[in-house]
Design a protein around this ligand. Structure first.
Ligand code: NAP
Length: 301
């Protein structure tokens, strides 16, 4: 069996074209669309993510406001930047880069974000709406996972509802920003969903869960965690992980949580890293920024 490669870059290009049109129309109507990002410290992955978002925002003609604080910034300074952005009418969406330095109470900063600008649904109000199946914003990574699945199903001519109703989706990783939202989106599609965290791996039980999966979503942040023994033939594999590996000659490679070469021969379809979930996530974040502007203007998209 040779897996179909689910091409995230192509999906992102299509989404971007639709989004550019929507953003242009809204700007023409005078709506305030703007993405604000807040970074505390200069963690490598956050800096790279911000650079990609800035490029994308420029391409889509969406203003991007970058607020950076030193890693030593205290809770009050971080909260005060968030409050400033809440009050700024030119900002429709706020993204706070994670991880935050350990002395910052992340949940408290999340609670400080205006729920109407909380495009990653980290505020308890938005996380709750998502868990109830009535999201205001769908966090960009989980949205991308299911966008790729949905569009892949369309491309192979499978009925989405039929596929999800008879599928078990296993989600490896249970973070608030990726794993749990993926579980909620699986429920929303009336699939059976199983969530696995580090305990399953450390007790040697990971394969017991993952081998049952029709769809396997891996978001653990552990390079090569899922290998051939963890999947059965015909599984659809979505690799969310992004891990930087440095080779002995100093070259840095991005790899996922899935050992692509080992798993691809068994999978029905698989996302690569890079070029899978990541590019769609970036566009989805801008999509949520535009959606926030629409909602603020009382428009139901
Ligand atoms: P996170 O906050 O560190 O959460 C990782 C989750 O994985 C935790 O629930 C953890 O379990 C679980 N886990 C860790 N090791 C495990 C193992 N060996 N077996 C099973 N579960 C394990 O990370 P995150 O923010 O969710 O991100 C996960 C990965 O996705 C990272 O590589 C990140 O860079 C990547 N990511 C990619 C995108 C994209 O657009 N492609 C976007 C966001 C994140 P415990 O709860 O027990 O600790």
């Amino acid at each position: 069996m040779s897996a179909q490669i689910i091409d995230g870059r192509a999906a992102a290009r299509e989404l971007k074209a639709d989004l550019a049109t929507a953003a242009k129309e809204l700007r023409g109507d005078g709506l305030g669309i703007g993405l604000a990002t807040v970074m505390v410290g200069d963690e490598f992955s956050s800096v790279a993510y911000e650079r990609r978002l800035r490029r994308l925002a420029t391409e889509l003609d969406v203003p991007h406001l970058s607020r950076r604080l030193p890693a030593t910034a205290g809770q009050a300074s971080v909260t005060s930047v968030v409050e400033e952005l809440n009050a700024d009418p030119s900002v429709s969406g706020i993204l706070l880069f994670r991880p935050l330095p350990p002395h910052i109470d992340e949940a408290a900063v999340f609670r400080a974000i205006d729920p109407a600008k909380d495009i990653e649904a980290v505020h308890p109000e938005n996380a709750g709406l998502l868990a109830l199946g009535i999201p205001r914003f769908v966090p960009s990574t989980a949205a991308s996972v299911f966008h790729l699945l949905d569009t892949w199903l369309d491309s192979v001519g499978e009925d989405r509802a039929d596929f999800y109703h008879r599928s078990l989706i296993v989600v490896v990783g249970r973070s608030n920003n990726v794993g749990k939202p993926c579980v909620s989106l699986g429920f929303a599609r009336q699939a059976a969903v199983e969530s696995v965290d580090e305990w399953a791996s450390s007790s040697g039980g990971l394969a017991r869960h993952t081998r049952q999966a029709d769809v396997l979503v891996v978001a653990a942040g552990r390079a090569g965690l899922v290998t051939a023994e963890h999947v059965r033939d015909g599984t659809v594999v979505i690799d969310v992980g992004i891990n930087a590996l440095t080779t002995p000659d100093g070259t840095v490679h991005m790899v996922g949580d899935v050992d692509f070469d080992a798993v691809a021969p068994r999978a029905r379809a698989i996302t690569p890293v890079p070029g899978g979930v990541g590019p769609v996530t970036d566009v989805w974040l801008l999509n949520n920024t535009v959606l926030a502007a629409q909602l603020a203007a009382g428009r139901v998209p």
